[in-house]
Design a protein around this ligand. Structure first.
Ligand code: FES
Length: 570
């Protein structure tokens, strides 16, 4: 095994080179035997006090290290760019691809034989998985775990309530003082958002792909069993290196299909689509937007978690976690897919049990026969758009209304509460220039806050369309990821106030009721209004980012370069 370890290309050398590779490492008090043929395991850490959801990761890394050492490996922890959803401006999504480059190059350039990815807050999972996928050495994900359920004025709350509280304050139904109290009540423990938002969706994604040990997705961050899982993951990654079990052995087309089916059943975030497409692109696995619709069409919603349902990630853990959910989906899944523990996914879920049917339903008696995402087609979005029917209002799933257009986010903020804005609850709000290139970075503003005058009528939902994304904790009849985005000058770019828009989710159509001749005339006169950046990463991003229906990865990052160092000059 010694000869096969890539780390021995550094530490196994004699003479000046070997001296240099080992000597500086020894300043950390590492004994010589650690360098003599032990699997070197990188712990890719997104710890940061600016990423509060991952702020406990140094402690988690210690548990992983214990497992690695116990199994005869040599742990080395290294930092990578950490993306905290709540603080980073203009949006963490702008930097997902940058972080993935950091991860990819950090792994490839260093003497590691296997890697454990510590993932938590939304973008820290896809960026790490994307980067590692492009290197393709043995890789295992440990998620940070969700927060405990929030408690406020005698009731359970979580991130989804942010939108409700905001609407309540705007409607005069909640005081600013109560809103401040709610802040601490919502985030009362370590961990990421406690609903089936994007972070939890990502944790379920890695588990259903087979990239984590079973049970990883739902154990709360504050539960001691999270550390147990981290330690066991440390043990297992050493074995994976010995078995040479790499990402490409796990991330097959069937594994991606399993993730899509599972995501439908759990009511996962719409961001899942963009991230999974990007990961598939890195692995060279063919996956299209349409696959998400096709594969999730007959899958019911069986996990009763907010924002589509009632409960929280903590409740999912007590009900058994993700494995019994996958057991319910057995008839839909590819049970033979290999996972990081060396067992098939079916072997992992087959012996598990559901402990609370209020939280995990059966496929025969689901909480909602509608699940997953619907991919809409039509002249409004030539390359597709996305809606999450389970988070939408049933009466709006078939709807025709007049467009009220906001050319960009500033335009929206300036006018949405203008009493003179000509709209009613049947209008369709259209927000342009919040796509990958246009914003740039495709922020989560698609579930734009409702106009005050509509809220005042006691109405809390309208059809809203944008080329942006929505927080995984968001809800409403919200159509997202319209592609091509407005910044590219397609039909979406030339929608005007008063145009009629027809949505028919059952038939998967989104139509701009404007003639082709008129659209051609408008497109000839169209001029981009988004800001163009001419230096640094952002300019690179605007030049190379792909559209949402392709996963919004950089065109030059699709695929991988393997684990060979870029150039070995020694
Ligand atoms: Fe980090 Fe929600 S803000 S997971």
């Amino acid at each position: 095994m010694k000869d096969k370890l890539r780390s021995q290309g550094w530490f196994g050398k004699t003479g000046k080179d070997g001296f240099i590779y080992r000597a500086w490492m020894k300043n950390q008090g590492i004994p010589d035997y650690e360098f003599r043929g032990k699997p070197v395991i990188g712990i890719c850490n997104t710890w940061s006090e600016l990423t509060p959801c991952n702020a406990h990761f140094r402690e988690l890394a210690e548990s992983v290290k214990r497992g690695i050492s116990e199994a005869g490996g040599f742990p080395v922890e290294f930092p990578v760019m950490s993306l905290g959803e709540t603080l980073i401006k203009p949006t963490a999504m702008l930097y997902r691809n940058l972080a993935s480059m950091d991860v990819e190059e950090s792994i490839r350039a260093n003497p590691v034989d296997g890697v454990v990815l510590l993932c938590g807050c939304d973008k820290t999972t896809p960026s790490l998985v994307m980067g590692a996928a492009s290197v393709n050495i043995p890789t295992l994900v440990v998620s940070g775990g969700p927060m405990l359920t929030g408690k406020f004025q005698g009731r359970d709350i979580s991130t989804s309530d942010v939108w409700r509280f905001n609407d309540a304050v705007r409607a005069g139904e909640m005081t600013q003082e109560d809103l401040t109290v709610a802040e601490a009540c919502m985030c009362r423990s370590r961990g990421h958002c406690a609903v089936m938002g994007t972070a939890s969706t990502m944790a379920c994604m890695v588990e259903s792909l087979g990239l984590s040990l079973p049970g990883n997705a739902a154990i709360p961050a504050a539960d001691s069993r999270r550390k147990v899982l981290a330690q066991m993951s440390g043990v297992r990654i050493v074995e994976m290196v010995k078995e040479n079990l790499r990402m490409s052995d796990i991330l097959t087309r069937e594994a991606f299909e399993n993730a899509i089916i599972t995501n439908a059943a759990i009511g996962g975030s719409t961001n899942f689509i963009i991230h999974l497409l990007a990961i598939a692109g890195r692995m060279g696995v063919p996956l299209e937007l349409q696959d998400f619709d096709k594969l999730s069409r007959n899958v019911p919603f069986i996990v009763n978690l907010q924002p589509s349902g009632k409960y929280f990630m903590e409740d999912l853990y007590y009900a058994g976690g993700l494995p019994p959910v996958m057991k319910e989906l057995d008839g839909h899944l590819h049970g033979g897919c290999m996972t990081v523990n060396g067992r098939t996914i079916k072997e992992n879920y087959d012996t598990t049990e559901t402990y609370n049917r209020e939280v995990i339903a059966t496929v025969d008696k689901p909480f909602n026969p509608l699940s997953g995402v619907a991919i809409l087609r039509g002249n409004l979005c030539e390359n597709g758009a996305v809606i999450k029917p389970s988070a939408a209002s049933p009466h709006l799933l078939k709807h025709t209304g007049k467009a009220v257009v906001f050319e960009d986010i500033e335009d929206y903020k300036n006018r949405i509460d203008d009493p003179a804005l000509p709209l009613d609850e049947n209008s369709v709000l259209v927000l342009k220039n919040v796509g990958p290139i246009g914003y740039p970075g495709m922020p989560e503003v698609g579930n734009m806050a409702m106009p005050k005058k509509i809220l005042a009528k006691g109405i809390h939902d309208m059809v809203r369309i944008s080329d942006g994304r929505m927080s995984g904790t968001g809800f409403g009849t919200v159509i997202l990821h319209a592609s091509p985005e407005a910044a590219l000058g397609g039909n979406f770019a030339v929608i005007q106030n008063g145009d009629m828009i027809s949505l028919d989710v059952a038939n998967r159509s989104l139509t701009l009721e404007v003639s082709d001749e008129e659209l051609t005339r408008r497109k000839k006169a169209w001029k981009p209004i988004h800001k163009k950046y001419d230096r640094g990463y952002v300019s690179l991003y605007q030049k190379h980012v792909q559209q949402a229906h392709l996963g919004a990865d950089m065109d030059y990052l699709v695929g991988g370069s393997g684990s060979e160092v870029t150039r070995d000059s020694h």
